[in-house]
Design a protein. Structure first.
Lengths: 280, 148
């Protein structure tokens, strides 16, 4: 049923006046219109501009963070290597390490820190045997690669062993994980010089880790007279239980890590061999 | 209080619409039409003028185009709504008329029409969203409140 709309005269006049004002504004010359509406525009679009600025700032911060993180990792590698090499009289050979940034996209479901799955694989140049680091220190090594993902065995995995070097006393030892998320040294002589606070770096023995990567800090040297070797407890610099981004040190093309072919000066394939011990 | 909420809502819809592309539905117009179905003619007209002014500010060279269009839309919907008492298709009709008015105004006084695909997609999405918007905004703004 159609009915004639009720009219309220003053409402109609006011409404039409508003429309008329809009029409007048439409007919005003451009430069006057822009000058008049400038403050209104600033006020009305302020939230949009603020949102855009915040979004842009966040994006720039992320990009900068990624760049600095990559740089920090490179510097950490280079710094540790130079610090380690500065003890020796010889010159430091120039090394340029290519790092591949990867996100941690999976963990083992029992401890969350023995095995990691990272978001880079063979298609990104990652290969088995490649060291995995964080800006803080060594994280582990790649043990298997898919096209887009890789499996990383961390320092805390039960089978992990890393040759380390005391940066202060230059004493080498072998680090293995204990069950508390820390590392312990195997075969450290009882008279060897390890103190709380000592920094340990990779020793470069073997074909996985180049020499001089930051690994951890000695947090305790318990006094156990009955032990055959000196117990040394190490806290890894890399917080593996919380790590989200890692860097894979790329192995140069043409080098086969599983054959033991050296790809850094400290991991070169031995050209001489240690003679077998004479049998008693 | 409700009038303030109406203006705030239209402003928020404007912020959303100004952040997306021209392929999106005309959220401001949808909001205005739903508001005009419930508010007085003067409130609807002022709300339309405000929403149009906001849209005009995104391109100050054509200030007034959207203001006139949406003010006229608000006034027209508030004036004509009683002709279609509780008719569900009335909202669609209002939206279609408002879209036609908007495109004509933009073509005559504004920066010109967008490409035909964008125009069609935006208009169709606006029409499709109209019943949902009416349902949502009516429940949000006018649930338990006396219609003007």
């Amino acid at each position: 049923m159609l009915s004639r709309p009720t009219l309220s005269a003053w409402q109609d006049r006011a409404a039409l006046l508003v429309i008329l004002l809009g029409l007048i504004l439409l007919l005003v010359p451009h430069h006057i219109r822009i000058a008049v509406t400038q403050p209104v525009q600033v006020a009305l679009l302020a939230p949009l501009r603020l949102g855009t600025a915040v979004s842009q700032s966040l994006h720039e911060t992320r990009t900068e963070n990624e760049r600095l993180s990559r740089l920090a990792a490179q510097l950490a590698v280079e710094n540790a290597r130079l610090e380690s090499a500065s003890q020796a009289a010889g010159s430091v050979p120039p090394v340029s390490l290519a790092l591949t940034r990867a996100s941690v996209i999976g963990r083992d479901l029992t401890t969350f820190e023995h095995w990691l799955i990272i978001s880079r694989g063979a298609l990104h140049g990652v290969r088995p045997g490649a060291p995995v680091i964080t800006p803080e220190g060594v994280c582990g090594m790649v043990i298997a690669c898919g096209p887009h993902q890789s499996l990383v065995q961390t320092l805390l995995a039960p089978d992990s062993r890393v040759a380390v070097l005391n940066l202060r006393s230059r004493v080498p030892a072998l680090a293995r994980p204990d069950r508390s998320g820390r590392l312990v040294l195997d075969y450290a002589q009882k008279e060897s010089d390890f103190r709380t606070g000592d920094t340990l770096v990779t020793a470069g023995i073997g074909t996985v880790f180049p020499k001089g990567l930051m690994l951890g800090e000695v947090v305790a040297v318990p006094d156990r007279p009955e032990a055959l070797f000196k117990p040394v407890i190490i806290r890894p610099f890399a917080d593996i239980s919380r790590v989200e981004q890692v860097f894979v040190i790329a192995i140069p093309e043409g080098v086969l890590p599983d054959t033991g072919t050296g790809w850094l000066e400290n991991t070169a394939k031995p050209e001489v061999s240690i003679p077998d011990q004479p049998a008693d | 209080m409700r009038t303030f909420v109406v203006f705030l809502l239209l402003y928020l819809l404007f912020l959303v619409q100004a952040s997306v592309t021209q392929w999106w539905p005309d959220l401001v117009m949808l909001g205005l039409i739903v508001v005009s179905l419930h508010e007085t003619r003067i409130t609807s007209t002022l709300a339309g003028a405000f929403a149009g002014l906001c849209l005009d500010m995104t391109n100050p060279a054509f200030t007034g185009t959207y203001m006139v269009t949406l003010a006229a839309t608000g006034y027209g919907v508030a004036l004509l709504r009683s002709l279609f008492y509780r008719a569900r298709w009335a909202t669609l009709l209002f939206v279609a008329m408002a879209l036609a008015l908007k495109w004509v105004a933009v073509a005559l006084f504004g920066p010109g029409l967008p490409g035909l695909p964008a125009l069609l997609v935006s208009s169709i999405l606006t029409l499709i969203l109209a019943p949902l918007t009416e349902l949502g905004l009516t429940g949000l703004l006018y649930h338990g409140w006396q219609t003007a």
